[in-house]
Write a protein that binds this ligand. Structure first.
Ligand SMILES: CC(C)(COP(=O)(O)OP(=O)(O)OC[C@H]1O[C@@H](n2cnc3c(N)ncnc32)[C@H](O)[C@@H]1OP(=O)(O)O)[C@@H](O)C(=O)NCCC(=O)NCCS
Length: 262
């Protein structure tokens, strides 16, 4: 029987991993674009059976571990390897006294959802991913700042990781004028603007949508901000369904999966 080893990834693993991470999804995969960043961030793990057959990446922060990039070579699936990789990260998290583990899964990725459920994860929230084309647009009225009920936005998306929005982060984003809101008509809409740390000129926006008219105000500002600052793409993550806003192109809906490690 062949032994299974889980170890830190090294640069020479790249080609063998990328060989089976080309056509993971209908649209391809992004591992080739992110491998170098994940390797330098650390916490990129390989599972090997004589040679590397799977990967996983994690970001450990104060009270949570963010798990991402699980890939198992199709010839080695259903052998419990993904489960072993996730459990490996959960063990490290527990040793660091981290309470929660999160991962993001496309609502159509049944295999992955079943894997997460099998490992004790539950659906915590559902988020929609929209694309917005940058465009000059002066038709908006927004406010900068944090003069709203902070419990409305407990977390924000930073490079596709859902992280707690603590006071320190909020202050820092506020100083950079990256927190905007509109409360002109009806329920408040709030947005947090961040730069992708992995891809050049991609704006990532966490949007809390209140009334349609407030949200439209924010969308117009963001569209203009994207054009003026020469962003290639604007990615919007929101829990709301915004099908009535025709400038937004719906891409994917995700389940944010959560597990308590305590
Ligand atoms: C999803 C994926 C990581 C699972 O890897 P795996 O090594 O085959 O999974 P495991 O063998 O550890 O399975 C653990 C459990 O997950 C569930 N599961 C995994 N694959 C499944 C499938 N094809 N059908 C039904 N259940 C499945 C089962 O409950 C399984 O336990 P069981 O075999 O005892 O029934 C793998 O299919 C993969 O790489 N898919 C493409 C990339 C991807 O979707 N990554 C996740 C993005 S969030």
């Amino acid at each position: 029987m062949c032994t299974i080893v889980i170890r830190n990834a090294v640069d020479s693993d790249k080609s063998i991993i990328l060989n089976f991470c080309q056509n993971t999804f209908s649209w391809g995969d992004y591992i080739q674009d992110i491998w170098n960043s994940w390797l330098s961030e650390g916490s990129l793990f390989i599972v090997e059976k004589k040679y590397p057959v799977g990967i996983i990446h994690a970001l450990f922060s104060k009270n949570q571990v963010w798990i991402e990039g699980i890939r198992i070579n199709p010839d080695f699936r259903r052998q419990g390897l993904a489960k072993k990789l996730v459990q490996h990260l959960e063990l490290i998290a527990k040793q660091k006294q981290i309470q929660f583990s999160f991962m993001l899964i496309d609502i159509e990725n049944q295999k992955s959802l079943l894997m997460a459920k099998n490992l004790g994860y539950g659906i915590f929230q559902t988020w929609n991913f929209y694309l917005l084309i940058p465009q000059i647009n002066n038709n908006y009225e927004i406010k900068f700042g944090t003069n709203f009920d902070h419990s409305k936005i407990p977390q924000y998306v930073k490079s596709w990781r859902w992280l707690p929005l603590d006071k320190k982060t909020m202050l820092s984003l506020h100083k950079q004028k990256k927190i905007i809101f509109s409360d002109k008509t009806g329920s408040i809409s709030i947005a947090i603007l961040t730069d992708s740390e992995h891809f050049d000129k991609i704006l990532i926006v966490t949007l809390i949508s209140g009334s349609l008219s407030n949200t439209l105000n924010l969308i117009s500002y963001i569209q203009n901000y994207g054009a003026e600052n020469k962003y290639r793409k604007i990615q919007i993550l929101t829990r709301s369904k915004l099908s009535e806003i025709n400038t937004l192109e719906h891409k994917i809906t995700f389940n944010l999966m959560k597990k308590s490690l305590a």
